[in-house]
Design a protein around this ligand. Structure first.
Ligand code: HEC
Ligand code: HEC
Length: 376
């Protein structure tokens, strides 16, 4: 069951006028959904921030959430194609940004967790991420560390032995819910009516996005806001050609292992073949094979490389992939029958491709770009 949602009011931020120097950082975003049992407070956000950076919650004391979701890299680990956790162990997937993850209907590329609260329980235990044997070592730290006591007290009114993982995951989620970013040049133009906020190339690129490119059918834009995702899962032929030949055998073997109790989180991040099964790991229908959650496109310029496996290096390569109907080179083999009906050759001209890239680059929030420069 999804928790009932309440709307978060960010009064402090709404009052900012749309000046060129200080655009409203929330322009273009819908209200942040907040579960009724975890109301947003500054105290929780501050506690969550400390938890997010704490490396003691990993088996070797070297990995925190922040290792792979670094504010200085738009909350990713760009330019790594796939994340590196404990002892630089390589996973199978590209770290999505935590920015605007508050709006996701499900978490992870395959949507295997329903909420931010639930999502955060997994990396602590995943052997290639933070590698703890159980959540006990986390509780040991937060229940005894002197710095944490006043923070849990003011956030939840608890300290010492009364602190539970429920508090830890709620605080982490509250911190993440505060990491929302709009106010990009595109937002100022499209939602704010500032004609000069973007170039003509961006405006032409947006037309390609809406029309010939058909991008908007999955990366959605509404009348008053844009998250650039439909929250659904599609096979757009990324990673899939590698497993296509044996996919039925692999999928059957995985389903059997899952019924016997195999941990899905561990399986998809440790085994590249299993990872590429995509949404099928969660939803056993054949139609889910090789499909992944449509990601947001906000701040996309800052988080190369792209796709669930980090296999496309640049935005130009992404556009090429779509223009060729789901393959990077025209000479690559035709995509399988599992390809989403929404993907077909677009035959974009060189100018249309350039404009589309210019549009994608207009989705960068200035405050996110500024955090990157600062950390360099
Ligand atoms: C070793 C690197 C690593 C660490 C450490 C890590 N993550 Fe991630 N994170 C990833 C990767 C890779 C994914 C995508 C995995 C997948 O989809 O299967 C991900 C996915 C997510 C998502 C889902 C975003 C989306 O758009 O679906 C959130 C939220 C998140 N991580 C938050 C956290 C938090 C909170 C922590 C600490 C408790 C954490 N991560 C620790 C690498 C990491
Ligand atoms: C049928 C739905 C669909 C359509 C149409 C579509 N996308 Fe996507 N897009 C996705 C999905 C799903 C992914 C993730 C796929 C994966 O990783 O395997 C994605 C990934 C991306 C990424 C990489 C995001 C990241 O964080 O790595 C970019 C950029 C992108 N799309 C841009 C576009 C553009 C531009 C168009 C139009 C030319 C477009 N998309 C059309 C569904 C779609």
């Amino acid at each position: 069951m999804r928790p009932s949602l309440r709307l978060l009011t960010l009064t402090a931020l709404v009052a900012v006028p749309a000046l060129a120097q200080s655009p409203n950082p929330l322009l273009g975003l819908p209200p942040v959904p907040v579960p009724a049992d975890n109301p947003q407070t500054p105290e929780k956000e501050a506690l969550g921030h400390k938890l997010f950076r704490d490396k003691r919650f990993s088996a070797n004391g070297e990995v925190a959430c922040e290792t792979c979701h670094d504010r200085g890299k738009a909350f990713t680990d760009s330019p790594l194609p796939v994340s590196e956790g404990l002892g630089k162990a390589k996973g199978t997937r590209n770290a999505p940004t935590v920015l605007n993850a508050a709006f996701n209907e499900t978490q992870f590329w395959d949507g295997r967790e329903p909420s931010l609260e639930r999502q955060s329980t997994q990396p602590f235990l995943n052997p290639i991420e933070m590698g703890l044997p159980s959540h006990e070592p986390i509780l040991k730290v937060v229940r005894s560390d002197a710095e944490y006591q006043p923070l849990f007290k003011s956030a939840f009114g608890v300290s010492g032995g009364a602190i539970t993982m429920d508090h830890v995951t709620k605080a982490l989620a509250a911190f993440e819910r505060a990491q929302v970013s709009g106010g990009s040049p595109f937002d100022r133009w499209y939602f704010g009516g500032e004609e000069k906020a973007v170039s003509d190339a961006v405006k032409r690129g947006f037309t390609v996005f809406l029309q010939q490119g058909r991008c908007v059918s999955c990366h959605t834009v509404s009348q008053t806001s844009a998250l650039f995702t439909d929250g659904h899962f599609h096979n757009i032929n990324v990673g899939f050609p590698r497993i296509e030949k044996d996919v039925v055998e692999m999928a059957t073997a995985f389903s059997t292992a899952k019924k016997k109790g195999e941990n899905v989180d561990v399986a998809v991040l440790a085994n590249k073949n299993t990872s590429d099964l995509g949404r099928f790991a969660v939803d056993d229908r054949w139609a889910a094979l090789g499909s992944f959650k449509t990601p947001t496109l906000r701040n996309i310029e800052l988080t190369a490389p792209y796709m669930h496996d980090g296999s496309l290096k640049t935005l130009e390569e992404v556009v090429e992939h779509y223009s060729n109907g789901g393959k990077l080179k025209e000479t690559d083999p035709e995509p399988s029958g599992f390809l989403s009906g929404g993907i077909r050759p677009l035959n974009l001209t060189a100018d249309q491709k350039k404009d589309l890239v210019a549009f994608l680059k207009s989705l960068t929030s200035p405050q996110v770009a500024a955090a990157m420069t600062k950390s360099k």
